[in-house]
Design a binder for this molecule. Structure first.
Ligand SMILES: C[S@@+](CC[C@H](N)C(=O)[O-])C[C@H]1O[C@@H](n2cnc3c(N)ncnc32)[C@H](O)[C@@H]1O
Length: 477
């Protein structure tokens, strides 16, 4: 006998289901071809209860006719996504990470900036991100002198709350190495285990929808990654969305940075702009080092100080550069701006472009020039602070965020970033104060308004993110 959803799928107009599948692909990347319509209907039937709709068909009509908030999209995603994960999933990948990928990265950084940035994309309930944190804590010598960032993002805030709580049942350990629980977890009632505080605090969880949120971006710290794990996520996406997401993830990597997918997502065509690196038991993709085309150092080296005008006919170039920046074409942004832009806006774009590529020292030079050229502009201070923040120069970053806020008390992004920095430094009470201030300022703005300097984040979206952060355990007094 056919199950309920197959029967409903057969009764609903095909045209409606087709339109709805396209809508889902656009809003959350997910792929529901005809053979998966029964699954789609099962998800919508459950979502209908949350949305107060009488059934699947009514819910589909309602979803297609209502401008949805991010929160509603997240609820829907919660019913349509697969939340399957566990510690050290695909052990051969983790072996390659432990034995080859991480040691190489660490060797490279040891005498350089001692900075390591890793992102678990589609982290689900956090097992992958914590597995990475455990590996990093074992591999990095003298951890407290390093600046290790492990970012973990997902579309589903319920998964993120569970991840942050850090308490896991036996099923999460189904393929874990025998030493894991003893060394890194404390037993809790009901055969559950809580992750150690030291590992917990290495990971930052953050809501991010791969279909609509901005990345790379300094704001959500998705830029200049050394290593991205995006496993068992792309396989659920439409081919067109896969391509878009992979291209954006490529821009989130530093040159030479690595992208790890699951063994069943390996594809020559999808990752054609990467080099495939074949290790003993795993394959990963490396963003190629720049060829002769993008000599960044040459582009910026000859410039001396923030040279004031003569005012050049620069505006159209700047507009084009902004456009290219939005598309993630960073080398093209730099060549459009030329070697010595004198407009502070162009300088700040130069800085953001370099920062998004992980060239932080060069980005800071341009921030300093932009600050010198527009001393009273809080945006330039903010930008300088974000670069210092990323360099791990927390003290100077904190001062510079405060200077930005001195120039504009209601500067939402500066409150938000300073809140994050305070959290990183363990000043949770101050973090809370800045998040609250950001929230008050955000509530005054229309939800759809794109925040200046945010690379496309709307006031409504940031408000939700700030609320999530305020609800999370870390910011509690
Ligand atoms: C099967 S889990 C993979 C978890 C982990 N990466 C692993 O391999 O064990 C897929 C995750 O992708 C997330 N996801 C699906 N669509 C997404 C989107 N558009 N943006 C961000 N995350 C998404 C889901 O919420 C889910 O947590």
């Amino acid at each position: 006998m056919k199950d309920d959803e197959t029967v409903v799928a057969a009764k609903l107009p095909g045209e409606l289901l087709e339109r709805f599948s396209e809508f889902i692909a656009e809003k959350m990347c997910l792929h529901f071809p005809r053979e998966r319509w029964p699954e789609l209907i099962r998800g919508v039937r459950h979502a209908a209860k949350d949305f107060g709709q009488p059934g699947a068909e009514a819910c589909i009509h309602w979803l297609l006719s209502t401008p949805l908030t991010t929160q509603q999209i997240e609820i829907l995603a919660g019913h349509l996504t697969v939340g399957e994960t566990y510690f050290f999933r695909a052990p051969q990948t983790f072996e390659a990470l432990a034995a080859e990928i991480l040691p190489e990265l660490i060797r490279e950084r040891l005498n350089n900036n001692q900075r390591l940035r890793i992102w678990s994309v589609g982290c689900c309930t956090g097992e992958e991100a914590y597995s990475l944190a455990i590996l990093a804590s074992r591999a990095v010598p003298d951890l407290k002198h390093w600046h290790v960032t492990i970012l973990a993002t997902d579309i589903n805030p319920r998964f993120l709350h569970k991840a942050e709580a850090g308490v896991f049942g036996a099923w999460s350990f189904r393929d874990a190495p025998p030493w894991l629980q003893d060394r890194y977890f404390t037993p809790r009632p009901g055969e559950r285990h809580e992750i150690s505080h030291a590992i917990r605090k290495m990971v930052t969880f953050f809501p991010l929808n791969l279909a609509s949120d901005a990345y790379p971006s300094l704001l959500n710290d998705t830029n200049a990654m050394d290593l991205i794990l995006c496993r068992n996520v792309l396989m659920y996406f439409t081919p067109a969305q896969m391509e878009k997401v992979v291209e954006k993830l490529r821009h989130c990597l530093v040159d030479g940075g690595g992208l790890v997918v699951s063994p069943n997502e390996v594809s020559q065509s999808l990752f054609s702009k990467f080099e495939s690196v074949h290790l003993r038991n795993a394959v990963f993709y490396r963003k190629p080092l720049p060829g002769a085309l993008e000599p960044f150092a040459d582009v910026i080296a000859p410039v001396e100080v923030a040279a004031p005008p003569p005012p050049p006919p620069e505006l159209p170039a700047l507009e084009t550069a902004h456009d290219l920046f939005d598309k993630g074409f960073y080398p093209e942004v730099l060549s459009t701006l030329g070697t010595q832009p004198s407009d502070p806006q162009a300088m700040s774009l130069m800085a953001r472009t370099l920062a998004n590529e992980g060239k932080l020292a060069d980005a800071l030079i341009w921030c300093d020039r932009a600050v010198a050229a527009a001393a009273l502009d809080p945006v330039m201070r903010y930008l300088r602070a974000t670069v210092l923040h990323e360099q791990g120069n927390f003290e100077e970053a904190m001062k510079t965020y405060r200077r930005a806020l001195y120039l504009d008390h209601d500067f939402v992004l500066a409150h938000f970033a300073l809140g994050n920095l305070c959290n990183e430094c363990g000043h949770h009470r101050d973090a809370r104060r800045h998040f609250r201030h950001a929230l008050m300022a955000l509530e005054k703005l229309p939800a759809h308004q794109v925040l200046p300097e945010s690379e496309g984040i709307t006031a409504g979206r940031l408000e939700e993110i700030v609320r999530t952060l305020l609800e999370s355990g870390e910011t509690h007094d």
